[in-house]
Design a protein around this ligand. Structure first.
Ligand SMILES: [Zn+2]
Length: 137
């Protein structure tokens, strides 16, 4: 599969002054925190990433968990591991599409191959390309 040519022009307004790569909006919209927790079931480490609404709408994958977390929570573990493996397998194809997205802050749309679409429609295109479009965030 070849790469997708990314235009720097917004497909809706035709300008480039408010256009930013989806990848940098996503990275800029996330803050990571980690620490230790204690609960009635035991203790462990947690890592929480808070995300702006726009960054969440542009996420390249649904939320996935580390395999260790999946193994430690047996009731949800099987589903989480299956989901994580599916997402990891599809990620290279999804990233080709994701890397080509350009968001226009004026129009609030993502341009991809000359088409303007909402951030959520763009995210669906990315997830479909990765074969995990049926997952929810
Ligand atoms: Zn625009």
């Amino acid at each position: 599969m070849s790469g997708i040519l990314a235009s720097t022009l917004c497909a809706q307004c035709g300008q480039d002054d408010q256009v930013q790569a989806v990848t940098s909006i996503y990275q800029g919209g996330r803050v990571r925190q980690s620490g230790l927790y204690h609960s009635g079931y035991g203790a462990g480490a947690y890592e929480v990433t808070s995300t702006t609404d726009l960054a969440a709408a542009l996420a390249p994958t649904p939320r996935i968990y580390s395999l260790i977390v999946g193994l430690l929570t047996p009731f949800l573990g099987v589903f989480r591991i299956r989901k994580t493996l599916m997402v990891r397998r599809g990620l290279p194809a999804a990233m080709l599409v994701w890397n080509a997205g350009r968001y226009c802050h004026r129009c609030g749309v993502v341009s991809l191959e000359g088409q303007a679409m909402s951030p959520l429609a763009f995210r669906q295109r990315v997830w479909d390309a990765g074969g995990y479009g049926n997952f929810r965030s």
